[in-house]
Design a protein around this ligand. Structure first.
Ligand code: ADP
Length: 266
């Protein structure tokens, strides 16, 4: 099944830069270099790629990778139709043909043999051989390959093969600085600076906690969600409970500890 989405963004989506990543991406695009973005969930990787695709005027094809994703899911397959079998491009072949940016989100989830199809596209050759049809697609200048993954806790056992990762230039993302994160919350949820500031103070306190069974700490995405609940009329405590505490953990003791931080800070 094809889980990809194609976006042709007319407006450039809002993206608050952290440190030089916009220029770095533009240089990578100009030099036709593929990019790997590493960072925790909800820190702005996808938004950044959407922003850059719109800025560079390229269509964006996004694939959310999962452990069942096969090479055929990316490249394409023969499908049986009324007129017999017809070849149907997968999202990667479509991106190469149309000169789009192809973004493979959480690429380490995909099976190892799947990522091998990226190799000839991710080096000087910039080609996609389609074995089934005998075609060799040559990527036009507008094509760019971008992959991302979260190097955090849950991926200790999963990583990219060196032969794959050494074909990409890498960018490391983290949660934004306090001032940038306040601006993001304000812009995304339409809340005032005071509320945005309280949520960022809370995030700072929660991100300092290390001795709890959290796979990952509070993301910018969760802070935006909490702020939206407040903008919609919930109290800050209710919003933090739903969008932060319960969203982060299933463990009752951990939830109590997180709640204490919430009550102490907000
Ligand atoms: P990731 O792909 O890293 O999991 P996303 O790009 O989906 O995270 O970010 C989640 C949400 O957080 C976005 O929808 C947006 O509201 C907000 N966000 C995070 N970082 C930024 C940023 N730098 N600029 C604008 N919005 C951001």
């Amino acid at each position: 099944m094809d889980h990809s989405e194609i976006e042709h963004l007319k407006q450039v989506p809002f993206y608050a830069p952290q440190a030089g990543e916009v220029a770095l991406f533009e240089h990578a695009f100009a030099q036709r270099l593929p990019v790997l973005i590493k960072g925790p969930t909800g820190c702005g990787k996808t938004r950044f790629v959407e922003h850059m695709a719109a800025r560079l005027g390229r269509p964006l094809i996004t694939v959310s990778c999962h452990d069942d994703l096969s090479a055929a899911d990316l490249v394409g397959r023969h499908l049986i139709g009324e007129q017999g079998t017809v070849w149907t491009d997968g999202p990667l072949a479509r991106a190469v043909r149309t000169g789009a940016i192809c973004y493979l989100d959480e690429v380490v989830e995909a099976r190892k043999d799947t990522t091998v199809v990226l190799h000839p596209l991710a080096d000087d050759r910039r080609v996609l051989p389609i074995e089934r049809t005998g075609e060799v697609l040559v990527a036009p200048p507008g094509f760019m390959l971008v992959i991302s993954y979260n190097p955090g806790y849950q991926n200790l056992l999963k990583s990219l093969k060196p032969s794959t990762r050494q074909r990409f230039i890498a960018m490391t993302f983290g949660y934004p600085d306090a001032a940038v994160e306040r601006a993001i919350i304000g812009a995304e949820a339409g809340v005032d600076a005071v509320l945005a500031g309280r949520l960022v103070d809370l995030a700072t306190a929660l991100r300092r906690l290390t001795d709890h069974d959290l796979e990952e700490t509070v993301s910018t995405r969760l802070l935006v969600m909490a702020a939206r609940l407040v903008a919609s009329g919930l109290t800050l405590t209710q919003a933090c409970q739903a969008a932060i505490v319960d969203a982060l953990t299933d463990d009752a003791e951990t939830a109590i500890a997180l709640n204490e931080v919430v009550l102490a800070v907000i």
